[in-house]
Each structure stands twice: as C-alpha cells, then as structure tokens.
Design a protein around this ligand. Structure first.
Ligand code: 13P
Length: 251
C-alpha cells in the first residue's frame, strides 16, 4: 500500500513570521493523520519552518534547487545547502519554472540526480498544456517528460522519487481535471515507469495530482486507484483549507 502524501506548494508567498504562525496553527490539526504532510516553502522561510516543525509530523521542502555542488552560480542553491539545514523534500521542474525560468527536461534530470545523491526527496512535476491536451497529446507529453526526468536513475532512485502530475491548464485556474482523467494520466505515467523499471518499482512510486485541489474535491481525487495524494498550491496558503485536504480521509 502506498502512503498518501499531501504537499503544499506555497510558491512565492508567505514571510517567515507567517510561515511560523501557519505551522503553529496547523500542527495540532494534523498531528493524528497517517498521511505524509509536506510544506514546500520559499528559500527565505526554510530555516524558520524547519525549526517550527521540530517535534511535529510536518515535513519541509524547497521549491527548486540547482544541480551543481558549489561554484560561481550567483543566486543558485545547491542540494548540499538544502540538506545541511535538514531540508527533506524539493520540488523539481514545476511548470512555472519550466515556463518562466527556462527549466528543461534535461535540467530536471540533472537536478533530480544531484538531489538524490545528496539524500533529498524530490517531487518532480510533469503536465501538459491546454493546447497539447486538445491535440490529444497528453499521454505522449507526460510520459516523455517522465522518461527524460528519470533517465539514468537506478531502481532505488526511482522508488525514492515522487512524481506530481499537474496539468498546466488546471493550475491556479479553478479548473480541476476530473478524477477519472487525472487517474488515467497517472496510470499512463505508472505504466511508463513499469515499462522502464519493471512492475515492482512502478507499484511503489508515489504519484500525486496537482491543479486546483481543494477541500471539496480532495477526497474524490485521492480515493482513485492510482492517485497517491496531491500537490496543492492556492489551498495550501490557508490553514483551514490545507488541514481539510490533509484530513480528507477523516470523518
Ligand atoms: P493550485 O492548487 O493553486 O492550482 O496550484 C497547483 C500547483 O501548481 C501546485 O504545485
């Protein structure tokens, strides 16, 4: 049985004092969940958030990383730098980074390898645009992104990688993929991993859905056979909505 994972992606929101307040308020509300609770915070919140989650079941991630270990790369942060302050997770290849910051499948692969080498737990994002969806290219696009992201990884490394399927047209738009559609795309990703790494690996890989996840649709989405949880943007910025998503399986 794969564990359910609920990861918030705060994007470029929340100052350190807001992060601490959020975590303090969230802690008692999620302390009994068996789901993995992750908050991916801006770099400037990392240190404060890591202190605030001590003795809790909340895990902290970054939203990006560079693939070099050190050197003249002004403005970049290495996997070692994230790891040395105990950052646990890192998002790689979010569509906003692909769109605005020239992230490619190749840099995603380099960042993924470098992060795994450092013992970080990566969350790799893939997803199609509306144009690609309307041209019936979804499967081709997302399986190719997955294949390129995972290139030259060992079975063990693939098992340690979380994948987030985030259709770009569903991000921040209020439009959610239907649970059947999302499950179908995630199945296609799992089948690709099976083809590349075998069934045992593909059955272990955690694959999340992202794109307008809200308290109202979380239960339906996360109850589907292949959807192992969510990567949540807007609804992760309020304790009330994020807590409801984390506790989607509680009555
Ligand atoms: P929204 O939940 O705001 O649509 O964002 C999804 C996302 O991009 C998470 O990484």
């Amino acid at each position: 049985m794969r564990k359910k994972v609920i990861a918030g992606n705060w994007k470029m929101n929340m100052l350190p004092n807001e992060a601490i307040e959020f975590i303090t308020e969230l802690t008692p509300k999620v302390k009994d969940t068996k789901n993995e609770v992750i908050l991916c915070v801006p770099y400037t919140d990392l240190f404060y958030s890591l202190l605030a989650v001590q003795e809790t079941n909340i895990h902290i991630g970054a939203q990006n990383v560079f693939y070099k270990e050190s050197g003249a790369y002004t403005g970049e942060v290495s996997p070692k730098m994230l790891k040395c302050i105990n950052t646990e997770y890192v998002i790689i290849g979010h569509s906003e980074r692909r769109q605005y910051f020239a992230e490619t499948d190749e840099t995603v692969n380099l960042k993924l390898k470098a992060s795994l080498n450092e013992g970080l737990k990566p969350i790799v994002c893939v997803g199609e645009t509306l144009e690609q969806r309307e041209a019936n290219e979804t499967e081709k696009v997302i399986t190719s992104q997955v294949e390129k992201a995972l290139a030259n990884l060992t079975d063990e490394e693939v098992k340690n990688t979380i994948i987030a399927y985030e259709p770009i047209w569903a991000i921040g738009t209020g439009k959610t993929a239907t649970s059947e559609d999302a499950n179908n795309s995630i199945k296609q990703i799992r089948n690709k991993i099976k083809e590349l790494y075998g069934e045992a690996v593909s059955e272990e890989v955690i694959i999340l859905y992202g794109g307008s996840v809200k308290p109202e649709n979380a239960k339906e989405l996360f109850s589907m056979s292949d959807i192992d949880g969510g990567l949540v943007g807007g609804a992760s910025l309020k304790v009330d909505s994020f807590e409801k998503i984390v506790n989607f399986d509680k009555e």
